[in-house]
Design a protein around this ligand. Sequence first.
Ligand SMILES: [Zn+2]
Length: 59
Amino acid sequence: MMDTCRKASELLSQEQDRALGPVERLRLQLHLLICERCRRVEHHFELLRAAIRRCRDDG
Ligand SMILES: [Zn+2]
């Protein structure tokens, strides 16, 4: 399996706009298992999403 960090961050960013398919999600999870850098990217997106949710709740 040749998952690159570029592909993984692409999926992470797409995940913000749409639901990933099962294969995409699996590939992403597998990559996150072996790649600490992309785990940090995922964490960043989670923070972002939480912040957006908070804004929506306030408004
Ligand atoms: Zn990576």
